[in-house]
Design a protein around this ligand. Structure first.
Ligand code: FAD
Length: 307
């Protein structure tokens, strides 16, 4: 049953059971905070002292908790938990052609190193996206993989935006007060399209990244060689927002996938993703070397896939 509880200090907590009810509540309380796993909101309220007056738990809304396997990709409801996503991705990888699931494999690997089991069991895909943390492990991958976000407003109008256009600034996303994230569409990869995840943290398990990344390259045959048809190289932990290396992308497109490209790309990348000496987060030399070495690793990995 839907619940509606009042708490200390006038706090209101709603648990709607249908999307129309969520949208009604959002129309009535535009500043209401949506909650799924509460792993971000809980910290904000308990440790950062932020007071929200109205909380809407969307964890039990079926229209936000679904997977749809389509001809061109996988649609994922915004309230889906990371453990559930992991299970479905593993199933999809086992069932579909290998070339279609390069992105899925990258997500599986990245989720393995995402927090611990308890957090993965409650943290939602939409919660991670909408928090827009500059060190989110998944947002660089959604961007690189060409994911699309479906957004719905209180009137029920739906619009779609590319993940790479969604993150506007430090914890700022392209969502109006009247809008919520409805679902995420992850397209299948094509033959000779490769997606890979990267994360460096102090510990392997359950640790926040120092730098992370998501990279995609799409290759096509060009005579004897393989040329870059499309690319996206995205880093986390290097700026207030997950950052696409746009000059590096421009450099890569049309080039042959060879040693010369690697050397050229590394020198473009060094200037493209630039960390100032006093960049927040420190460890500047180390982070700079991670930025380059992730691309180096990606280059070698793609060559290996092509063998
Ligand atoms: P909630 O706290 O419920 O919500 C988060 C935000 O998203 C809120 O602002 C909420 O209003 C908004 N929101 C949720 N759903 C929607 C929607 N459908 N439309 C619009 N807005 C919405 N992150 C990493 O990237 N990598 C890690 O390794 C990692 N480790 C962590 C370890 C711990 C111990 C903790 C506490 C957090 C960690 N995080 C990590 C952060 C974690 O990813 C996010 O906290 C989690 O994914 C958010 O999901 P949630 O459902 O708990 O969000």
């Amino acid at each position: 049953t839907p619940l509606n509880l009042s708490g200390f200090g006038g706090l209101k907590w709603h648990r709607p059971l249908g999307l129309h009810h969520v949208l009604d509540l959002k129309a009535r309380y535009p500043d209401a905070k949506l909650v799924v796993g509460n792993s971000e909101v809980g910290i904000e309220m308990k440790l950062k002292g932020i007071q929200y007056q109205v909380l809407i738990s969307i964890a039990h809304v079926p229209e936000l908790n679904f997977f749809r396997v389509k001809d061109d990709g996988l649609e994922i409801g915004a309230a889906v938990r990371l453990s559930e996503l992991l299970d479905v991705l593993r199933k999809v990888v086992a069932e579909r052609d290998a070339h279609e699931t390069s992105s899925c494999k990258a997500f599986i690997e990245q989720i393995k190193w995402f927090a611990g089991k308890q957090i993965k069991n409650i943290a939602s895909v939409g919660g991670n996206i909408c928090t827009a943390s500059p060190i989110s492990d998944l947002n660089p991958l959604w961007m690189a993989a060409g994911a699309q976000f479906r957004i719905i407003n209180c009137k029920g109008d739906i619009r779609t935006t590319l993940a790479r256009d969604f993150f506007l600034g430090y914890r700022k996303v392209d969502l109006a007060r009247s809008e919520i994230l409805l679902s995420i569409f992850l397209p299948w990869t094509r033959p000779f399209e490769y997606v890979k995840e990267f994360k460096q943290a102090h510990r392997r398990d359950d640790d926040i990244a120092i730098v992370n990344a998501g990279m995609r390259i799409s290759l096509e045959e060009n005579g004897e060689k393989w040329a870059v048809a499309d690319a996206l190289i995205v880093y986390g932990g290097v700026a207030p927002v997950s950052l696409s290396a746009s000059k590096t992308k421009d450099f890569l497109i049309g080039k042959s996938w060879d040693q010369e490209l690697l050397q050229g790309a590394l020198s473009v990348l060094e200037k493209d993703i630039f960390l100032k000496e006093d960049a927040p987060g420190g460890m500047v030399e180390f982070r700079k070397s991670l930025i380059l070495s992730f691309f180096f690793k990606f280059f070698l990995w793609v060559c290996h896939q092509m063998d």
